[in-house]
Ligand binder design. Structure first.
Ligand SMILES: [Fe+2]
Ligand SMILES: [Fe+2]
Length: 433
């Protein structure tokens, strides 16, 4: 259940789909016992390793990756205060105050590494500015949303669906899906390459702190989701919006995967670890991953490695995250329609009263029909479609990936719809668009 090296030196293991309820007072005690000093860690050998042991490409890759960590820690330290006001119990409030201290200490530690080992500036502000250009579009989207939602929570502290959305974004997406895998892979390569001993020591402390934060998130989100269907729907809506951006956070510049390969990291392994971490935490919070359309599109009943391979293929086609422009080649359209088939297959068959035909002015047509009781997509034309959609392939790809509002597309005649209008109105829900 937990890797415990001493009573208080604990990294909680939340990467299992089941586990006992989490006691916030125990988390508080672990925090008291596990306090550490960001300034006491010796970084002198790290400075030597940085110059002498790391290759230029490894330094470039590290700068890119650690820039997102220093900005990420600064952002989570800055945006957590509204949670304290919104907390529903004194136990939650006390735990959250410990977490603010942790996040500030994490920022201090990454900042020290950047100044003393990497030579990136002389103040917190200077370091953040120096490395800001490294932030990926996915990072900017996810943390922009964190700023927006937590600012809303500051103004509406008693809005429970909003509090639940903030926890889902902060503790489950940012910490559970992005930071946790990042730290795990960093710890692995630093010991494999035997480099940066001080940094490794600090990251191990941070990983233990983060395991308490994620435990708080899983427990509190579970309690909120169990409270009302409204809260549950709000959380699922947030996940569907934020998860496609999250895919792009660790997408290297120009899709140059050498940024990860120089540390022996395979991008599919990283995605698979992230997806497993996300899906186990959601399950423990009482949300089945199959309720989240963004995950259904990846084939949520398959093993994380298969989901990771699909994520990577969709990402390369520009169909999740903004890392690369949308591609509408035949292969990419096949990926898009296969994702659509998985979403339609998860909906009750009664929600699809007849086949849907797509006619593209610049690409092969596609259709969706129920065949032998299962939703199926195929290239070509179907007899007697209940609904026909007409557009360019690119405009449909934009609609399906939520870059183009279907109502706006229709109003501007980029998308035309004929046939059963009741089905047309249900289309976004049916297709997860
Ligand atoms: Fe942190
Ligand atoms: Fe954290």
């Amino acid at each position: 259940m937990a890797r415990e090296t001493a009573d208080t030196d604990v990294e909680l293991d939340l990467d299992q789909a089941a586990g006992p309820a989490i006691d916030l007072t125990r988390l508080y005690k672990l925090w008291e016992g596990g306090n550490w000093s960001a300034f006491a860690i010796d970084l002198s050998q790290d400075a030597v390793d940085w110059r002498e042991k790391l290759s230029p490409k490894q330094r470039e890759a590290s700068r890119w990756n650690y820039s997102m960590f220093v900005h990420g820690e600064e952002a989570v330290a800055r945006t957590l205060a509204p949670f304290v006001t919104a907390a529903l119990t004194q136990e939650q409030r006390i735990f959250l105050t410990t977490q603010i201290v942790d996040e500030a200490r994490h920022h201090v530690f990454f900042d020290r590494f950047m100044r003393e080992v990497m030579g990136e500036g002389n103040s917190y502000g200077e370091v953040l500015e120096a490395v800001r250009p490294e932030l990926t579009p996915g990072f900017r989207r996810v943390f922009g949303e964190l700023d927006r939602l937590t600012d809303q929570l500051r103004r509406q502290p008693s809005n429970r669906p909003l509090y639940a959305q903030c926890i889902a974004l902060y503790h489950i997406v940012v910490e559970g899906t992005l930071a946790h895998p990042g730290q795990r892979f960093m710890l692995d390569y630093m010991s494999q390459f035997d480099v940066l001993p001080g940094f490794r020591e600090g990251i191990a402390h941070i990983a233990r702190d983060e395991s308490r934060h994620m435990a708080f998130g899983v427990q509190t989100l579970g309690e909120l989701v169990a409270e009302s269907p409204l809260i549950r729907r709000a959380v699922i809506r947030l996940l569907n919006r934020a998860l496609p951006w999250a895919v792009g956070v660790l997408t290297p510049p120009r899709l140059d995967f050498d940024y990860l390969r120089v540390f022996d990291i395979n991008i599919e392994d990283l995605y698979a670890f992230s997806l497993k971490s996300l899906e186990t935490k959601l399950t423990r919070a009482g949300i089945q991953p199959s309720e989240v359309v963004a995950l259904v599109k990846l084939g949520v009943s398959d093993p994380p490695s298969a989901q990771a391979a699909r994520t990577l293929a969709l990402m390369r086609a520009g169909m999740v995250s903004d890392a690369v422009p949308l591609d509408v080649s035949e292969d990419s359209m096949t990926l898009l329609f296969e994702a659509l088939e998985r979403v339609a297959a998860a909906a009750p068959p009664s929600s699809l009263p007849g086949p849907i035909q797509w006619e593209f002015s610049d690409a092969e047509p596609w259709y969706l029909a129920i065949e032998r009781g299962a939703a199926t997509v195929r290239r070509g034309r179907v007899a007697n479609p209940a609904l026909t959609l007409r557009s360019t392939a690119l405009d449909w790809a934009r609609v399906a990936t939520e870059r183009l509002d279907p109502r706006w597309a229709m109003a501007t005649r980029r998308l035309s719809v004929s046939g059963d209008w009741r089905l047309a109105l249900r289309l976004p829900a049916l297709l997860g668009a």
